[in-house]
Design a protein around this ligand. Structure first.
Ligand SMILES: Nc1ncnc2c1ncn2[C@@H]1O[C@H](COP(=O)(O)OP(=O)(O)OP(=O)(O)O)[C@@H](O)[C@H]1O
Length: 276
């Protein structure tokens, strides 16, 4: 369980990026974070993993208050947060397997990682994860030889290799075509369900958020203006979140796909009812 309370962030420039944000994410819930450019989505995700220091407020992950951690305590807390990035952040010259194993770097001693000698159980886990994300045929390929969708699958496997207690995902589909974007979102949501992992996924693509997330949090000017089920997010609410910005034009090619497929909707309803 992640609990964010009264979180504020004022940058040195005076920008108030977060103005008292509070919400909780229970185990297994996938939350899509939406909002116009500059709303504070990245700042919120970066405060949670402490790449940015919040100005005030609290962040509690499974009973550990992480806002004031430093040094070893912060490193230990970060191990429990898997990150998935828009631009994948892979090491291009390394293989798929080596990139996935880099998810263990917070756990293994430096000399072992330097010599790339990872414990066998880490290697076995990486093989299993690569099979899960559909890359068992690409294990020895260099990252530079992969497609965008394959790279993001490596990013997902790498995040899971570190045994996270929380997934933080920043615009995972922004560099992908619409079909691949749906496959990647589906995969992220499935693995969260399988592992009972809470996740926060920032997305510009509203139809994609509605299609896959269990819950949507809408940020505007650093404050939460919507927090509810995807079905509750109607045009009036979207206009409130995005203001004058015409949100339907953000990804017009995906508008026709805004309705979830029956299977997805059924699975999401079951999950929300706590049946699965
Ligand atoms: N390093 C920084 N220094 C100063 N101000 C910043 C910094 N990073 C972000 N901001 C400001 O904080 C506010 C929120 O920015 P943030 O990047 O969190 O929004 P966002 O919702 O992620 O936007 P986008 O969707 O464009 O990525 C903006 O006003 C931005 O200019």
């Amino acid at each position: 369980m992640l609990r964010v309370s009264s979180l504020t962030k004022r940058y040195k420039t005076g920008d108030e990026a977060l103005r008292g944000v509070s919400f909780e994410v229970p185990a297994g819930q996938v939350v899509a974070l939406i909002g116009p450019s500059g709303a504070g989505k990245s700042t919120l995700i970066r405060c949670i993993n402490r790449l940015v220091n919040p100005t005030s407020g609290g962040i509690d992950l499974n009973g550990i208050e992480i806002t004031h951690l430093g040094g070893r305590g912060l490193r230990r807390a970060r191990r429990h947060m898997g990150m998935i990035f828009q631009e994948y952040a892979l090491v291009e010259r390394l293989t798929v397997m080596e990139n996935v194993l880099s998810g263990r770097l917070g756990y293994v001693p430096f000399w072992r990682s330097f010599l790339r000698r990872f414990p066998q159980e880490d290697v076995d886990k990486a093989f299993a994860l690569l099979e899960r994300v559909g890359l068992s045929e690409q294990v020895d390929k260099r990252a530079s030889a992969l497609s965008g969708g394959q790279r993001q699958r490596v990013g997902i496997a790498r995040a899971l290799e570190q045994d996270p207690k929380l997934l933080l995902v920043d615009e995972p589909t922004a560099s992908l075509d619409p079909k691949t974007a749906r496959q990647i979102m589906r995969l992220i949501c499935e693995v969260c369900r399988e592992r009972n992992l809470p996740a926060i996924i920032s997305l510009h693509d509203v139809p994609l958020a509605k299609m896959f997330a269990d819950r949507i949090v809408g940020l505007r000017a650093g404050a939460i203006v919507f927090d509810g089920a995807p079905a509750e997010l109607d045009t009036a609410m979207l206009t409130e979140i995005y203001g004058a910005e015409d949100w339907t034009q953000i990804h017009p090619d995906r508008e026709a796909e805004a309705e979830p497929a029956p299977d997805d909707r059924h699975a999401r309803e079951e999950r929300m009812a706590g049946l699965t």
